[in-house]
Design a binder for this molecule. Structure first.
Ligand code: NDP
Length: 325
């Protein structure tokens, strides 16, 4: 038997329950991983609340983890029992002692990446990889606005932007979070719960505004984000922490300066084995170089996942959180 977190109905964190399940043998093309650390992500909350529908109920939760391969299905050639691995995609169910998933979503961990670091950063680091290196290929010298700069994704983005020579203006909700974003390499911060963001961006950029805005907050920041852009530049809307952006009339892109907008996802960028490997190689190289350090700021036992999700959802966390099975 093995323990996993599941939910039978969408709702608050009280819907999450720890249950015993039979250990399933991996099917052809799959591997089973004994998790050593599990990543906590805002997307897990979207599934729990029903904003993103789970494919079936009751459902497991979580898509990120790191551990050791403990069973290999037929036809899998790139992994064997005992390999140290990590993953950030695949079926829901990472919140568990064991997780079985398609082997092509699983990568071997370099020796210099420990399990907690991997669980705290695979999904978030690969996300920053595609945001800063692919959705818009930053070359250095640009000015960008990145919302929630002290969070899990934001903390990695601050460091990666600094390494690229990009001026990242980070939004945050407190002075402590501002200090953390600056320590991670942000060029400036704005407290978006107190300050006029558009006005501050105008001052900081001498009226030029930003080359790209990265917005994971969604509903509360959508329009203000568009107002922070240069004419003909790019709005990257990649999350819904405050609720989804809907009911948009695309005429607003004309009104705000012939803007471009994209709504990307990790699965849309790491959609083939080759692309996943390329993104991992880039991210692991940043870790190895020391240009990016992962702050495993919060650790919870797996059984306390509800408390961990409540802290993330109520903006109490900074950096990354891991669950320990
Ligand atoms: P974070 O650690 O960044 O936590 C979310 C942060 O959002 C909070 O700490 C808070 O920072 C800010 N926030 C602003 N408004 C709200 C609100 N109303 N309720 C809650 N939080 C709010 O989480 P993650 O690093 O896990 O994810 C960051 C974002 O990136 C999420 O929106 C997530 O969905 C998105 N994402 C998208 C991916 C994609 O491929 N599209 C992949 C990975 C993540 P503050 O207090 O400073 O405002």
């Amino acid at each position: 038997m093995s323990q996993r977190i599941q939910f039978a109905k969408t709702g608050g964190s009280e819907m999450l329950e720890l249950v015993d399940v039979a250990l399933d043998a991996p099917a052809a093309g799959e591997v089973r991983i004994a998790n050593k650390a599990i990543g906590l992500n805002f997307i897990d909350i979207y599934f729990r609340t029903g904003l993103y529908p789970a494919p079936a109920m009751p459902s497991g939760l979580g898509t990120e983890g790191a551990g050791v391969v403990d069973a290999v299905g037929e036809g899998v050639t790139h992994l064997k029992e005992g390999d140290r691995v990590a993953y950030a995609q695949g079926p829901l169910g990472a919140y568990a002692e064991h997780h079985t998933l398609p082997a092509d979503k699983v990568v071997k961990l370099p020796d210099f990446v420990d399990f907690e670091t991997a669980a705290a950063s695979m999904l978030k680091g690969l996300t920053v990889q595609y945001l800063l290196r692919q959705t818009y290929e930053l070359k250095g010298g640009e000015t960008i606005l990145f919302h929630a700069a002290a969070g899990g994704v934001g903390s990695i983005a601050c460091q990666w932007a600094k390494a690229l020579g990009v001026k990242l203006i980070g939004t945050v909700s407190s002075q402590d979070k501002a200090d953390l974003a600056m320590a991670n390499g942000a060029w400036a911060t704005i407290n978006y719960t107190e300050e006029d963001v558009v006005q501050r961006v105008r001052e900081l950029t001498n009226g030029e505004m930003c080359d790209v805005v990265y917005d994971s907050v969604g509903k509360d920041t959508w329009e203000m984000s568009l107002d922070c852009l240069k004419p003909r530049s790019l709005m990257v809307s990649f999350g819904n922490a405050s609720g989804p952006v809907d009911g948009v009339n695309i005429g607003i892109l004309n009104k705000k300066g012939s803007l471009f907008v994209t709504r990307p996802s990790l699965n849309g960028y790491a959609d083939t084995r080759e692309r996943l490997e390329m993104m991992c190689e880039d991210f692991f190289a940043m870790l190895e170089s020391g240009k990016i350090h992962i702050d495993v700021a919060n650790r919870y036992p797996l059984k306390d996942v509800g408390k961990a999700q409540d802290a993330l959802q109520s903006r109490q966390t900074t950096g990354s959180t891991v669950l320990l099975p």
